[in-house]
Every structure is written in structure tokens, then in C-alpha cells.
Design a protein around this ligand. Sequence first.
Ligand SMILES: N[C@@H](CCC(=O)N[C@@H](CS)C(=O)NCC(=O)O)C(=O)O
Length: 283
Amino acid sequence: MADVRTLEEHASFGGVQGFHEHGSREVGLPMRFGVYLPPQAKQGPCPLLYCLAGLTCNEQTFAIKAGAQQHASRHGLVLVTPDTSPRETGIPEADAAGWDFGTAAGFYLDATREPYARHWRMESWLMKELPDVLASRFPVQADRVGILGHSMGGHGALTLALRYPGRFRSVSAFAPICAPREVPWGEKAFRGYLGDDVSAWKDHDAVALIERGGRLPKLLVDQGGADQFLASQLRPERLEQACRSSGQPLELRRHESYDHGYFFIASFIGDHLDHHAAQLRAG
Ligand SMILES: N[C@@H](CCC(=O)N[C@@H](CS)C(=O)NCC(=O)O)C(=O)O
């Protein structure tokens, strides 16, 4: 049984929203995550949906602001909201680097560059450690797992699903960073975590991975037309081009007037949970 400490629990839509902490082997520090258990989980294991948040967020942000629990309750889905980086690492650079790098900006990869390589192991935490922690403590169906994310978390959902074919039965994103190699947020993160060899950056860039032949289950992406980061950081047209030329099924919906924030996510989260439930419950 994994060492998991429950920090908070709140009744929600017939189920329970909890926040937990465990001592992470991969990160070498305590890591926090939220788990929403729908009412169906009292009867037996349910499919699991990872929800990855963006820059400046923590394990509570998506759980508090997206309004996903009512839909997870309707569909019988467990929601997991991991924190977005290691915390209290004692590395001054990580806190001094601005809100788009370091703390709360893990980019869902394993850093190879010092001083980040020791603790910034978000990919290994999510892919090699957290699944076993969840399976040992919560009623989840380990073979029915989906992933969604917002912004940096959208980048995480796309790249993790591309890097681990077959691990996720359903994938979607809100306003993802589609081509991080080509935009300031991604360039700063990749240079800081991976170093100056830009060929290594391609392994963590959704557009590059799709162009290289990577495939996802049918992908749903929502993008606000009034998103303040649309042209400078997100570039959904690059994803559209890559999917079209590679034959990757993509439903990209553009919503005029919606900005980058959680009012946008909450407006369309029901459609995303419908999308995931249909694929997670099929077969
Ligand atoms: N702090 C940044 C904005 C950061 C931001 O928009 N973060 C997004 C993810 S990329 C978010 O979800 N923030 C949390 C929130 O809106 O509650 C700024 O000053 O422009």
C-alpha cells in the first residue's frame, strides 16, 4: 500500500473530492494530487481521467475551477489532478525564473539539465509512479485511462499520449501549447530543462511527434478566439496542419469571444467528459 496522506476531503455531486500527498520516489519530494471519486466508485472500480493544469496552477486549480465533478459524477469517471511541478525544492533559480518556468511550470517532462534534473521528473512521476499509487489506494480501472489538459497541461496531455502509445484510450485539450519548440514559453522551458540541443526538444513537442508518425486516439481540442496567448504561445494551426498531413483525426473547435481562463474551460468541460466517457467505456 502506497504511503498517501489525505489532506482534505469534500462531498461533491454524490462523490468525494479529495486532495492527497505522497512521498515521491521519482521527484524525491512530497507531491500532491487531487482525486475526485464519483458515486459509482462506491460500487466498484471506475475509469480514470488525468486532468493536467497550466502554468501557475497547482493540484487544486482544475478541481476548484473547471466544474468537472458534475460530469464525472454523471459518467462515473475518477478525475486525477496532479500538481504542476515539484515544490519547496530549495533551488533558488526555480523560484526566481518567473511564473512560466520552474515552480508551477514543470512542463510534464523529465529535466536533464542541472539544477533541475534531480527533482523536475514530472513525466516519470506521472507515467511510472502515480499510476501504481492510485491503483493501490483508489478504485480505478487501470486499463481504462484518459488524459486531458489545459495550456501547458494541454501540451502535457498531447505529448505524454504521443510518447506512450496505447496508455491512454482518450485524449483532449483546452488551448494547448501545440508547438512548444517554436514559442517563447516552450523555448524557455526546453532550454532550461533540456539544454541547448534543439533536437532533444522534438521529443516533447506535439507537432513534431505527430509529424514523426506519432498517433493519438481521436483528438478533441477546444480553443478560445479571444485567448490572449493564441498567436504568441499556442498556435493551434500548427497542430491542425500536422494532423491533416499525417492523417491524425482531430476535432478542433474554435470559440469566438472565449479567453484563456477557466470560464472558457468550464463552458466546454461537459463536452470533454462526454468525449472521454464514450471512449473509456467502449468495448
Ligand atoms: N500569470 C500569468 C497568467 C498565467 C495563466 O494564465 N495561467 C493559466 C494557465 S497557462 C491558468 O490556468 N491560470 C490559473 C487560473 O486562471 O486560475 C499572467 O500574468 O499573464
